[in-house]
Structure formats: C-alpha cells, structure tokens
Design a protein around this ligand. Structure first.
Ligand code: NAD
Length: 465
C-alpha cells in the first residue's frame, strides 16, 4: 500500500467516525495543553525517559536555546505578568526575568567529586529525580518558571509546573514557549508541562501523584506545609520577613539608598526584599531623614500611621491581600494621606513589636523601629525574622557586629552593605535563584539542589597518581 493509499484510508476512517459521532483525532497535547494532571505527568514521564537517554550536551543546548530564544520575550512577559496579577511594576519585572534567564546556572553546577586511592576510584555524581512537581507563586510567576525550568532541566529532570491560579495565563503562555523551544532544540516533547487550567485542586492532585518523586514548592507557608504532609521529598521555599539592621558605624546615606532600592523593588514583592528596619538610636533620625531625602515618603503623623496600620493589617492579623504589590502612591491614597510626586517607598516609625514589623506585607510600606543598642537591634531583628531562616540585611562597618549578626540570624541569605537583591546575584557575586529553600534548608537553589547525589565505585583501578 502506498503512502497516498494510507492517507486516503485514514481520511475515510476519520470521516466515517465523525459521521458516527466518534472522535478518532489523536490527542497531541503538549506543553501546557493537558486537560488532566494525570495526562500531563504521563507525558512528562515519557519525556524524561528520552531525556535520560540523551547526552549532557543536549541539556546544555536546551539551556543555551532558552537563554537566546526567550530574551526578546521578556518585556512582553513582564507586561503580561503585571496586567494579570495587578502586582509590582513592569520595569522591575523585566530586571527580575532577565536575571532569571541570564544568571541561573546550567549544567556546570553539577560538579562531580572524585576520590581516588589504593582502593580505586569513587565518583559522586548529581543525577536526576525524574518528573519534578514545581509549584510557583503569584509574586514571581514567570521568574520562578524560568529559573526552575533551567535548573531542573540542567539536572536532567522533566517538570510539571503548577502555576499560581492568579497568574495562570502568563504562566501557561510561558510554559508553552519554553516547551516549544526545548522541542525545537532537541526534538523531545513535554519536558516541561502543565494542565491548561491550573487550579488549587490540580495542584493538590499533582502533589500526591505517585509518579512525582520530588516537590519543589515556592510560595507561602500554607502550600509549603501542605506539601510536607504528602510524605514526599520536598524542597520548600517559604515565606520570609527580612529585617535590616543599621548600626552606628553604617554609611547612613548609602544605607538609606540601598534600603530604598531593595524595599521598593517590584513594589516589595520579592520574598527577600527588606520588610522592616531596626536602627540604632544614635543614627535613627539621620536615617529617616536620608530616606525622605532620597525619594521615600516618611509619614510622621501618628494618626496617619495608625490609619496605615489599620489599612494594611486585617483583623486576622494578616496583610491586606488587595494591597500586596501595589505602588506607594496607591497605598497612601487608600489611607487618605496627602503626598507629593510619586514616592519610591512609604516609611513609618513604629515600635519593634508592631504588627507592621512582624507581618510579611509584600508592600512598599517599610516600618522602622529604633533600638537602644546593636544588641537590642539584633534581638528585635530575630523576632521580626520570625524563625523563617530566610533573609536578613545589615548596614555597618563594624566587622564584629556584622559577624555576630550573620551568625545569630542563621538566615539562608545574609546581605552586608547592599540592597537585598544582591543576595540573588543582582549587583553582586553569585547566581540567581527565585526558589530560596528556607524550611527545608537547601538555601539558594540551583541545578544540584534538584539532583540525587549518587556514588559510583570502581574497585582497585584508576588510581593513576
Ligand atoms: P501562595 O502560597 O498563595 O501560592 C503558592 C502556590 O501555592 C500557588 O501555585 C498556589 O496555587 C498554591 N496554593 C496556595 N494555596 C493552595 C491550596 N490551598 N491548595 C492548593 N494549592 C495552593 O503564594 P503567593 O502569595 O503567590 O506568594 C507569596 C508567598 O510566597 C510569600 O509568602 C513569599 O514570601 C513566598 N515566596 C517565597 C519564595 C522563596 O524563595 N522562599 C519565593 C517567592 C515567594
């Protein structure tokens, strides 16, 4: 039978089936086109089998391909994320996505360790898990997908994403793009998948699916705790409330500028962004004045501060979700406070145990508390951080104080004399990540965090020293 005969036969069968109301059209879903979690995971599992049989050069080619092919899409991506979520701002989202695309490590992160001796050669190698279930937040939806996709593919895995329902359109658009780029590079379909209508239910279904050996959860405490209860291996990147300590030795002008840069970045959406300041008494007024002089709006009237508190913290003691990631101007307007121009940040002075200090707000409203000494500031910073072991920042020229705070805070990221985003490789050394695994301890994750460490032993050979 010729190819033409086969085509005619297939057309005939399809026509007869259509007449009988039966659809025989093959299901060719890929990327974020799956109707069910099960189908998406099954496709990613098949993709993993092909990928696992491919050489390392394929992984490298995929990552190079993503870095080039997604570069021009970043402005559109940032705009889409901002429109859909209504949070943050486009120009900072461009910077965040660029950092994720350009500065997430690839296969070079999987450094092999080798031991040789009279007993032979032993290798320690980073190997893939299989299909990873990755949950992304609404605050960095596309950044997390880019960052996780590069890291997880570099480590040889396939991945099913559970995008945040509040950012599902931009996430699905991006997952489809990423999947297509990967297919164009290596001919493997479905290394990156998602269901077409992500929901809280589909996230739950994905979390308990037997073919998912590893969950990587970037989000608030609710979803991280839920993942921990599945009994699976979890890399949990949870909430933070990063305090900034400013002691008497700090360069106050620089500290004010750095804190404004970090705390106003994407309207304070990053989990690492400065959320509360503890300043030693002798430099408190100079710091507050420097905030005001460098573009922040310092609200001093106690009645207005009380109005801001009431607006931002709800009766359950949680942040008012409708103001998360809104501009300083919208927060001031909502509180009925007059202001000039377009402030970069709103600053208020409060007590160290004020709810504004202790609650993760994710808004460009920065509370500042005055401490009587460095010791006092450090113990208040510990309370503000709340045991999240996430991020802390300090401005000081006193090595002893810096050293003590770095040890005592025990955070996954500790930034000295720079804006918080220096901690994810923006304006400082180090790679970028948008999944900072705090409760589970992996810290700033990269490809090796998403790999199993395996030991490969050859006895009595290949010690060639
Ligand atoms: P979120 O917790 O609302 O959502 C995260 C993910 O969990 C989403 O994909 C969502 O679909 C899912 N989810 C949430 N509740 C669920 C439920 N009941 N059932 C099933 N799925 C559920 O997070 P968000 O508000 O988008 O993100 C902000 C939080 O994430 C902040 O607390 C922030 O600090 C944290 N965060 C942490 C990191 C980090 O690297 N540590 C990075 C970004 C954000």
């Amino acid at each position: 039978m010729s190819n033409l005969d086969i085509d005619l036969l297939v057309k005939d069968i399809l026509a007869q089936s259509a007449q009988a109301g039966i659809s025989l059209t093959p299901q060719r879903a890929h990327g974020a086109g799956f109707e069910s979690v099960d189908a998406a995971i099954s496709a990613a599992k098949h993709a993993f089998i092909d990928f696992n049989a491919s050489p390392m050069s394929v992984r490298k080619a995929i990552i190079d391909g993503l870095r080039v092919a997604l570069a021009d899409d970043i402005p559109e991506m940032a705009e889409k994320a901002w429109r859909e979520t209504g949070m943050g701002n486009v120009s900072d989202k461009v910077l965040k996505n660029k950092a994720a695309l350009e500065n997430t490590p690839g296969t070079e992160d999987l450094a092999t360790q080798a031991l040789t001796g009279d007993g032979g050669l032993t290798l320690f190698e980073y190997s893939p898990y299989g299909v990873i279930g990755a949950i992304a937040p609404s605050t960095n939806p596309t950044e997390t997908i880019i960052n996780n996709a590069i890291s997880m593919i570099a480590a040889g895995n396939s991945v099913i994403f559970s995008p945040h329902p509040g950012a599902k359109d931009v996430s699905i658009w991006l997952i489809n793009k990423v999947e297509q780029i990967i297919f164009d590079v290596c001919g493997i379909r479905n290394l990156v998948v998602s269901v077409s209508t992500p929901s809280f239910d589909s996230t739950k279904e994905m979390m308990v699916h037997p073919d998912i050996p590893l969950l990587v959860v970037t989000g608030g405490p609710g979803i991280v705790n839920m993942a921990m209860k599945t009994g699976k291996k979890v890399i949990g990147a949870g909430a933070g409330n990063p305090p900034v300590i400013v002691d008497e030795s700090a360069d106050i002008e620089k500290a004010a500028k750095d804190i404004i840069s970090g705390a106003s970045f994407d309207y304070n959406l990053p989990c690492i962004a400065e959320k509360a300041v503890l300043v030693v008494e002798s430099v408190a007024q100079p710091l507050l004045k420097a905030f005001d002089a460098n573009g922040a709006c310092w609200v001093q009237d106690p009645v207005e501060v009380a109005r801001l508190r009431q607006l931002v913290i709800n009766e359950k003691g949680e942040a008012n979700k409708s103001l998360v990631g809104k501009s300083p101007a919208s927060i001031l307007e909502a509180a009925g406070i007059d202001f000039n121009g377009s402030p970069k940040l709103v600053v208020v002075e409060v007590g160290a145990d004020d709810p504004l200090m202790l609650v993760e707000q994710l808004m460009p409203l920065l509370p500042v508390a005055v401490a009587s000494s460095f010791d006092d500031a450090l113990s208040a910073a510990l309370r503000v951080e709340g045991g999240n072991l996430h991020t802390a920042i300090m401005h000081s020229k006193n090595i002893d104080n810096l050293n003590r705070a770095a040890r005592v805070m025990r955070t996954s990221i500790f930034v000295k004399n720079a804006p918080s985003f220096a901690g994810i490789g923006v304006g400082a050394e180090g790679f970028t990540t948008f999944t900072i695994a705090t409760p589970t301890g992996e810290g700033t994750t990269s490809a090796r965090s998403f790999a199993r460490l395996r030991r490969c032993v050859l006895s009595e050979a290949f010690n060639i020293r």
